[in-house]
Design a binder for this molecule. Sequence first.
Ligand code: ARG
Length: 496
Amino acid sequence: MRLQVRQNLLYSFLFYRADMTTSSQSAEQPTANQTSGMWGGRFTEATDAFVAEFTASVQFDQRFYKQDIAGSIAHATMLAKVGVLTDAERDDIIQGLSEIKAEIEAGRFEWRIDLEDVHMNIESRLTQRIGITGKKLHTGRSRNDQVATDIRLYLRDEIDDILSILQRLQKGLLGLAASHTHTIMPGFTHLQTAQPVTFGHHLLAWFEMFVRDTERLQDCRKRVNRMPLGSAALAGTTYPIDRAYTAQLLGFEAVSENSLDAVSDRDFAIEFNAAAALIMMHLSRMSEELILWTSAQFKFVNIPDRFCTGSSIMPQKKNPDVPELIRGKSGRVFGDLISLLTLMKGQPLAYNKDNQEDKEPLFDAIDTVRGSLMAFADMVPALVPNIEIMREAALRGFSTATDLADYLVKKGVAFRDAHEIVGKAVALGVQEDKDLSELSLEQLQQFSDLIGADVFDNALTLEASVNARDHIGGTSPKQVEAAIARAHDRLAQLYA
Ligand code: ARG
């Protein structure tokens, strides 16, 4: 179905561009204004054809036809409950709208640019199908509260979809981490070897980012899930509407408190986009690591061929396209956020046409974050770490230097002095091209006679180093195992 809508969008976009090129002629010869039935009563000339196209949104807002129809059905149901419509009128409207939905889904609906947006396209078709009763649907509402309601319903569905993909990705990370609680790799700061860490611990760092992303989306969803319908154009309506009832029908948690605010603010979309931007930022960081790790210089990880592409000239190439593309796509979502913030900042109350521009950045952010998460959710469980190469790398770069300093501190040396001593030992290692664990006991003892034979087992091996970081949040295999167990519980709670 999504594909269908995309295709429609594509066709209407092509159609739109084609027509725009004829704008100069059409400015001289305005065509008949098809929308006059909707709002043209006071107009004495037809809308300029170019202006009609330029101001239309149906090319992109047809995407939420389902939510528009659901909103209209709930509105009609409420109008009948309070006696503004008869039960028969309500039933005709519901029947007509259901048939229109089927038409759209079968690709048989003719979207008309001259009918401006998804709302008027559907309403006009309803009247065509059921006659005068169709014209009663808009009683007590405006496109201003209608569109605000539709976007919220649409975004709510999309958030739920995105959350389910996030959950799949998080489970994938936990699965991979569980297989690598004992796999040791170098941990980096400044992209220089810092201290050994377990690969499982590194994956759990990614997992934590997505926990916060989940919380942000869930929190944002609460504010998305408030119903503007009933605010009408800006001030409310004179009909005895039952907003709580409509909200209940549509699954909204609450109704908006102020009509002026409800029809105009798009902060909920901005909030979502901010959360989406953070998700993309996290995915981009992960991407950057995967790109480094799959390079011939690191060789830490292998991404299966199905996620990569080759080069048309260099036969040896296998490029990490998916992470690269996602790193690139993060920029789009950041841009969408800036677009929405800028869109909103200059608007006086209440609704302004500017708000029609909220949709494309929002849709772009939704599509990009959804697609990027999907790619990662598929790819993460398929990653194959190169355990030996990671271990080799951890043995280079004096990753256990801090452990030697801690060893001396435990023997009574002040940390700053221990730091100095180990620095000298490292200098010798650099000179001899040897890791600290490869220096002899005698060589080490020339820097401190407190260094004993136990230093190799207790400080200088990779296992000793990671095992020693044995507290909540630390990298020891034991702690990582415990963290994974807790993470499963947290996931269950998060997505309960
Ligand atoms: N297509 C419009 C939008 O997306 C619907 C609301 C139009 N309201 C109006 N007063 N012109 O914002």
